[in-house]
Ligand binder design. Structure first.
Ligand SMILES: C[S@@+](CC[C@H](N)C(=O)[O-])C[C@H]1O[C@@H](n2cnc3c(N)ncnc32)[C@H](O)[C@@H]1O
Ligand code: SF4
Ligand code: SF4
Length: 371
């Protein structure tokens, strides 16, 4: 009953928010500015993995204290109480302040989810995580063989640990009859793309709720550019593009056959275009699809307290140590940045699951899918 009431209030909140967004985009009346519906918290970069596509584990990031993260979460409760909040790092399930932030968030915000590599999830932790009532637990698993997963994660135990974590979480979800969705996240790159259809078959057999693919972006935590990425072994090279296309088309067919692939069809087709060596970013050249409204849906808050509309291409709009979230999103700096975001023109390159633009129907479907 309580969950139904929460879901009803959340549905109403998002409906009104959507109407505000439509009018705001036409008029720019600031009093109609919608509340962010997707809020991403990155409370730290500390990590127990050594992934080749992410250097977070090497960074010594300045981190705000748990007291300040509590303030962030209390601010979110006021600004957007039914926002979908996703917490990632770094590795949030390592003992410490990130884990404290996760626990506080789920106690205050009903639509909290996490992204983890699963290394620390044993049976006991799976039981405790499921009992907390997260919307979703995302586990990163980027291949269907030991060699590939261990190579990508830079750890000899990665394949076994993550695979076990997925099984423990699914078993607990079933045992507790929990509505928490267990979702596997996979990065598509040169080293693993051929294994992905088999991975989907395996995960469906296990009883996974969803699999979400995102194409490789420039190495996280580095200053690598997309051009440098394209020259590296992480990219899918020209001579392998035909095979990539066949793999994604296979995933599209599997989705039609009810395999639990969460990417919508448009996203999967965009992934083919993203790797297509013959496509000279037509959208950018012709100025098609250069409209971006990420500021009306998303907000990112990172380890040092900086708040961003877009982590890829724009500077922070404020810092939580100086102002409240409400003050930051209503500031002159934020208002000015929104005008530049509209004309950013990089939308076809923004295909990670947190940046990819979803239609209202896709958003509603995702909202109903999550607990
Ligand atoms: C930065 S990690 C943090 C959470 C957790 N440590 C994990 O790996 O799941 C968040 C997600 O980004 C993905 N990721 C890391 N580097 C990436 C890259 N260069 N391009 C695309 N996705 C990447 C990870 O696989 C993971 O699913
Ligand atoms: S992708 Fe996740 S697990 Fe890998 S180094 Fe980055 S933060 Fe750690
Ligand atoms: S198009 Fe992409 S890079 Fe540009 S503001 Fe939008 S999300 Fe950010």
């Amino acid at each position: 009953m309580l969950i139904n009431k929460t879901k009803l209030s959340a549905g109403l909140f998002h409906f009104i928010n959507y109407l505000k967004k439509v009018i705001f985009l036409k008029t720019s009346f600031s009093f109609l500015s919608p509340a962010p519906q997707n809020i991403y918290l990155i409370p730290g970069t500390e990590c127990n993995s050594h992934c080749i596509m992410c250097l977070n584990w090497l960074l010594k990031t300045k981190q705000i204290s748990f007291k300040n993260w509590k303030k962030v979460i209390d601010n979110i409760r006021k600004l957007s109480p039914y926002a979908k909040v996703n917490i990632s790092g770094g590795e949030v399930l390592m003992p410490g302040e990130m884990l404290k932030t996760v626990n506080y968030s789920i106690s205050q915000l009903p639509y909290t989810g996490i992204t983890t590599n699963g290394f620390n999830v044993d049976k006991k932790m799976a039981k405790s995580l499921i009992s907390k009532g997260f919307s979703n637990i995302n586990i990163s698993f980027d291949g269907n063989t030991k060699n590939t997963v261990n190579l990508i994660r830079g750890r000899s135990f990665a394949y076994k640990k993550t695979k076990d974590a997925i099984v423990f979480l699914i078993n607990e979800r079933n045992r507790q009859r929990s509505k928490t969705k267990i979702i596997v996240k996979s990065v598509i790159m040169g080293l693993n793309f051929r294994e992905l259809p088999a991975l989907v078959v395996y995960l469906k057999k296990l009883g996974i709720d969803g699999i979400y693919f995102q194409p490789i972006s420039p190495i996280y935590g580095s200053d690598q550019t997309i051009e440098q990425l394209k020259r590296s072994s992480l990219w899918i090279k020209k001579q392998k593009f035909k095979s990539l296309k066949a793999v994604i088309n296979r995933l599209i067919e599997m989705k039609k056959m009810d395999y639990p692939i969460l990417n919508d069809f448009g996203h999967l087709y965009s992934i083919i275009n993203y790797f297509d060596p013959n496509k000279i970013q037509l959208e950018i050249l012709k100025n098609i699809n250069n409209f971006c409204d990420i500021d009306t849906t998303s907000l990112f808050i990172v380890a040092n307290g900086n708040v961003y509309y877009c982590l890829n291409s724009f500077p922070p709009i404020g810092n939580i140590l100086k102002n409240s979230l409400c003050e930051i999103v209503n500031s002159k700096k934020a208002t000015l940045q929104r005008k530049f975001i509209r004309k950013c023109g990089r939308a076809s390159q923004c295909l990670s699951t947190c940046l990819y633009k979803k239609s209202i129907l896709q958003q509603a479907k995702m909202f109903l899918f999550l607990k």
